[in-house]
Structure formats: C-alpha cells, structure tokens
Design a protein around this ligand. Structure first.
Ligand code: SF4
Length: 207
C-alpha cells in the first residue's frame, strides 16, 4: 500500500548499503534519500524518502525544494535507513538556489560515482544526528554484517552506521569511536583510523 507524502526537502544524501564481513566491506549504491519536513499520510513530521538515481538525475533535487509523491514503507526496515521507498508520482518545485559556503553543505548532490570515488570516513552518530542530516556529504547506511561466509543466512545481522564524504577540513566533523565487526568464533575486527585515512588519501583537506 502506498502512502501520500509532501513537504520541504531539508536534506538530500546518497542512499548506500554497506556489507561487512570481518575486515572486508563493499557498497551498494541505491540512489538518494530525501529528508522531508511535511506531511506523511496526514501526519506532520520529518521523514526520509528513498528515490532512485534516475529520479534524481531528472529532477536535480536540492535542499529547499518542495516535493511530493506516493511511497511505500520498507518491507524489511533493517535493510533501509528511510521511511518510504518505491516512490511514484514524484513532483518537484524548485527553490531559488542559495550559496552555503560553510557546513553543513547544501545544493544538488554529486553523482553516486563521485561519492564512490571520494571515499568516506566514519562519522560519529551523535554528530550526524545533530549537525549533518542536511549536508549532502553525510550518509547513514544500513549495514549487513556477515559473521560466517559459509553459513551466511544464519550469521547475518544488521545495524546502522554514519559516514562523511565531505572535506576533511570540515569543522563539524567528529569521528566517534572506531567500528567493531564481529567474526567467527568470537573474533572481532576493529576498523582503525588508517582505513579512513587510506580511503580518502587522494583528497586534499578542502576537497
Ligand atoms: S562532518 Fe561531513 S557530513 Fe557533517 S557537515 Fe561536515 S562535511 Fe557535512
């Protein structure tokens, strides 16, 4: 069943799912997430709507735009960081472009390929919630953790993690604690700082 939604887009971020298996990780690029202040099925609230890459390329949505459509609650909420997806009848009213030279950064987000090429650093969940939900470089990912590749169905768990794809010089950035990934037989992998440094080493501090 699809629900009606409408409101002001207060943030747009990439919609990415992360698969972790001990020290291995891979990303699935699903599209974009719109954070909307408005009406969800008759309730005034802030909610998150997932749209596909094609819809974003067509509409070039940015924070400040008005949007509306129909959407469906996720079948498995563990796999998503949103309230609605499978959006149809999407319509967008463009806002006047404004310049936001300081973080959180707003505007039309780059292509998903650009996010992949930039790489990310872990971002403290508390900082994300307080400062970064409207920034186009922020991302909350649904994370699938596979403890045992040989028995994948029985050993999979899910959690949420937050990341920053933005300039390394951002004054709002806080890494938070390192991420731990459970493995087989009680083992645990700790993702240390060098992983983030390596993933973003090709970028200067202001890129
Ligand atoms: S820490 Fe990252 S996500 Fe947060 S405002 Fe800065 S650039 Fe944006």
């Amino acid at each position: 069943m699809k629900l009606t939604w409408s409101g002001t887009v207060v943030g747009i971020q990439p919609r990415i799912r992360l698969l972790r298996s001990f020290d291995q990780r891979s990303h699935t690029y699903l599209g974009y997430s719109l954070r909307v202040d408005g009406d969800l099925d008759g309730q005034q609230c802030t909610f998150v709507v997932g749209i596909g890459d094609g819809a974003q390329q067509k509409n070039a949505i940015r924070a400040g735009d008005m949007a509306r459509g129909l959407g469906q609650p996720p079948a498995d909420p563990r796999r998503e960081c949103l309230d609605l997806y499978k959006v149809s009848k999407l319509t967008v009213e463009r806002s006047e472009p404004t310049i936001h030279p300081r973080p959180p950064f707003r505007g039309v987000p780059p292509a998903l390929e650009d996010y992949r090429a930039r790489g990310h650093r872990r971002l403290a969940a508390r900082t994300y919630a307080a400062k970064c939900t409207s920034c186009l470089w922020g991302c909350q990912m649904a994370v699938e953790i596979v403890k045992d590749h040989w028995n994948r169905n029985a050993s999979t768990s899910w959690r949420k993690e937050t990341f920053c794809y933005g300039p390394k010089s951002c004054s709002l950035y806080r890494p938070g604690p390192t991420r731990k990934v459970p493995g087989r037989r009680g083992m645990c992998y700790e993702e240390e700082d060098w992983v983030d440094e390596d993933a973003t080493a090709h970028r200067g501090p202001d890129e």
